[in-house]
Design a protein around this ligand. Structure first.
Ligand code: NCD
Ligand code: ZN
Length: 347
């Protein structure tokens, strides 16, 4: 009989946007409820470009962690063309900062200060490779002549592949992968290259974004791809290959900015993320592969201990809220108002 209850080591989220200020009152408790740790993205406005700023941001996050939670935010810096090389050493020396995030300039939300060309940051990347500081990558080219559905594939071919050859020692996490091309690339690389996979790229493909009308709450970057790519991601997540692990890319934007004539990219999944990943593994009869993907492989890749705590999940229906308050606005979560099959009954 299929299991209806499972206890696993507490999972971590290896790619998360928490935003800042009053948004933290909503986002931090949602992640802190179930996840032990999360890698927090630095794409604030202005971005987090120094270790000092990252540590201050960490304090603002910690102030919003509910008292009964063991949640730990793990910080990242935002790579720019003119980052001081001493910041790479600062990251290496800090127990709270895990890596540096590479956004191609203009690729996504708050990426205007991103890297304008990979060669601009070779010196910094060389130092990262030398010191063992991981590079987290938003893998999309920004050339407006490249079709939006091809941006990840072309990034892998023209930027990432040469980068791994140039710096074989560099630890790289290709974030929120969306294509078979990225899956195949990561699989064929050394143990220094890994990837995170979101729940939305496992559950949806681009048809869902246009089903009976345009669905702004399914618009994210990298954009959902066709079903053959979704299938490759599903196979990678279920495979038990430790190169692929959980990263929600939960990316909150208020309702009015999503439901707009120029809606912004990002899906707010943290209120239901662990439950939906469980439902996903269960629907493929692979619940036995959930713990590796959600709780082991990310920690192992980053060289951190696995969590001690355990969480219990049970197959029991519950309904996701229609919205949450978000400062003086509202935010619409993934599966808003819909039934979910799994609950966390002991965290
Ligand atoms: C993210 C955001 O809103 O910060 N949006 C998204 O669609 N994923 C940025 C990112 O991770 O690309
Ligand atoms: Zn992201």
């Amino acid at each position: 009989m299929a299991s209806t209850k499972i206890t696993i080591t507490q999972p971590d989220d290896w790619h998360l946007h928490l935003r800042d200020e009053e948004a933290l009152s909503t986002t931090v408790p949602h992640s802190a409820k179930h996840f032990g740790r999360a890698i927090v993205m630095p794409n604030l406005d202005p971005p987090i470009v120094s270790a000092q700023a990252a540590l201050r941001y960490r304090e603002r996050i910690i102030a919003k962690i509910p008292p009964n939670s063991n949640f730990q935010p793990l910080m990242t810096l935002y790579l720019t063309d003119n980052m001081e090389p001493s910041e790479v050493s600062n990251v290496k020396e800090s127990a709270h900062i895990m890596g540096i995030k590479y956004y191609p300039a203009g690729a996504t939300t708050n990426s205007d200060s991103g890297v304008t060309g990979i060669a601009e940051v070779y010196t910094l990347i060389e130092k990262m490779a030398l010191l063992g500081v991981p590079l987290l990558v938003h893998g999309e080219v920004t050339d407006p002549n490249v079709d939006i559905f091809d941006r990840e594939r072309i990034f892998v071919e023209t930027i990432l592949s040469p980068l791994t050859e140039r710096y074989p020692e560099l630890k790289i996490i290709l974030e929120h992968i969306t294509t078979k091309d990225a899956v195949d690339f990561v699989k064929n690389q050394s143990k220094n290259i890994a990837a995170t996979i979101t729940i939305h790229h496992l559950l949806y493909n681009r048809n869902d974004m246009f089903f009976k009308g345009i669905k702004p709450h399914l618009y994210c970057l990298p954009v959902l791809k066709r079903d053959t790519h979704q299938r490759a991601l599903i196979d990678a997540a279920l495979s038990g290959n430790p190169k692929f692990f959980l990263g929600t890319d939960s990316a909150p934007h208020c309702q009015s900015e999503k439901e707009s004539s120029c809606g912004c990219a990002g899906i707010y999944s943290s209120p239901a993320a662990l439950e939906l990943y469980s439902e996903f593994f269960d629907s493929h009869n692979k619940l036995d592969k959930l713990e590796g993907f959600a709780s082991f492989f990310g920690a192992d890749f980053y060289g951190l201990p696995r969590n001690d705590k355990q969480v219990t999940l049970e197959k029991m229906k519950w309904r996701m809220a229609k919205d949450f308050s978000f400062g003086d606005q509202l935010i619409i979560p993934i599966h808003a108002g819909q039934d979910l099959q799994w609950q966390i009954t002991r965290a």
